[in-house]
Ligand binder design. Structure first.
Ligand code: DNO
Length: 357
């Protein structure tokens, strides 16, 4: 298991590599070329540059989150093959330099969705929160404007202003895309990138839909165990894996996290470990990583990862914003560092107990 932190790259993150390096047990980062729009090719020299910035700070670039998939690929327009060619070239550039884990998602229009980016908790910290009733009452454009204007001036992942300026057109473009079509387009994409993944040993980890149900009537295809297994079977190759994101899958209380980990044994190259607190009826808010602070049992989840032989990359996920930090919602230094230490502590205890029998 390799413990990492997500880092958005120079100019996009309030957290520095020097700070990350001082978190005990964190040996690398997961990063991206944040400024390159989905559909475009990643130039090899940019990959080399990113890798060297990370390595100069004494860390390893363990993987990418995300090489985003364009709407053309998700919808299946005539642009898709050109975008897939670019995606293959991007993977080629990564593979050549030993970067072999790539997280991506196949959510239409919006990536992760929250209705409050700074919900104040009793401890005075703030967290991301979701209330389905709010989404039911709002139109997508207003929702986008509200979300981006409350992000402390940071561009958030999946909420690229250029692309989402055209929310109405995007919804129009997706109008004939149902679950089946979206799924088939995903399989088409995965089959096309298969050779380059196999050449370089790249593991693709699809990120589950967050929250794990349809929002704004858009189709969602990675919401729980059955659908994940359907995808793993449709392209039954080691390169086709999932990002086990606890917060996303766990947003639906009917998803049994431990059972999903066991069912996906060997196909999880990347794990996002975090906690959230359910209030029922599509209402939840994120929490500190500690089991006692939310609805998930982190010990059981980490134990399931350990006991299924997980040897991929882990990162703590969205944290609270605490101690006066100014940061991208969910991606401050302090609470994610606390989360990393907690997960490492659980892992050490589970590992030692297993070895001692
Ligand atoms: C939100 C993240 C997502 C995730 C993408 C992966 O904080 O979990 O933006 O990175 O969906 O492509």
């Amino acid at each position: 298991m390799k413990m990492t932190l997500r880092w958005y790259g120079p100019g996009f993150d309030s957290v520095t590599l020097e700070q990350i390096r001082q978190i005990p047990g964190v040996s690398g980062v997961i990063s991206t070329l944040y400024d390159i729009p989905a559909g475009e090719e990643w130039p090899e020299e940019r990959v080399v540059e990113l890798k060297s910035i990370v390595e100069k700070a004494g860390l390893k670039l363990e993987g990418i989150e995300s090489v985003n998939v364009s709407d053309a690929i998700k919808i299946g327009t005539k642009e898709r093959d050109r975008h897939i060619d670019n995606y293959i070239k991007s993977l080629e550039a990564l593979g050549k330099h030993g970067i072999d884990m790539v997280c991506y998602n196949f959510m239409p229009v919006f990536d992760w969705t929250r209705t409050d980016l700074a919900k104040v908790r009793p401890d005075g910290g703030t967290v991301l929160a979701y209330d389905q009733k709010v989404v039911d009452k709002i139109d997508p454009q207003t929702f986008f404007d509200q979300t981006t204007s409350s992000s402390n001036g940071f561009v958030m992942p999946g909420w690229e202003p250029e692309r989402l300026k055209k929310v109405k057109e995007l919804f129009e473009a997706y109008k004939d895309v149902d679950e089946e079509k979206l799924f088939n387009n995903l399989v088409y994409f995965l089959e096309a990138i298969g050779p380059v993944c196999e050449k370089y040993g790249i593991k693709m980890g699809i990120h589950p839909d967050d929250p794990a149900w349809p929002v704004f009537n858009l189709p969602r295809i990675i919401t729980g165990k059955e659908k994940i297994l359907k995808l793993l079977k449709a392209v039954d190759k080691p390169y086709n894996g999932i990002t086990f994101c606890m917060g996303s899958l766990g947003s639906n209380p009917n998803n049994d996290l431990v059972d999903i980990i066991k069912a996906c044994k060997g196909r999880i190259p990347f794990a996002h470990v975090r906690n959230l607190h359910h209030f029922g009826n599509g209402v939840f808010e994120e929490a500190a990583h500690l089991s006692a602070d939310g609805s998930f049992d982190l010990y059981e989840a980490v134990k399931a990862l350990h006991n299924t032989g997980f040897d991929g990359i882990i990162r703590p996920d969205h944290g609270r914003t605490i101690w006066g930090e100014k940061c991208m919602p969910g991606y401050g230094l302090y609470d994610r560092a606390l989360g990393a230490e907690y997960i490492l502590g659980l892992w050490e205890a589970i590992d030692k107990a297993a070895k001692r029998g």
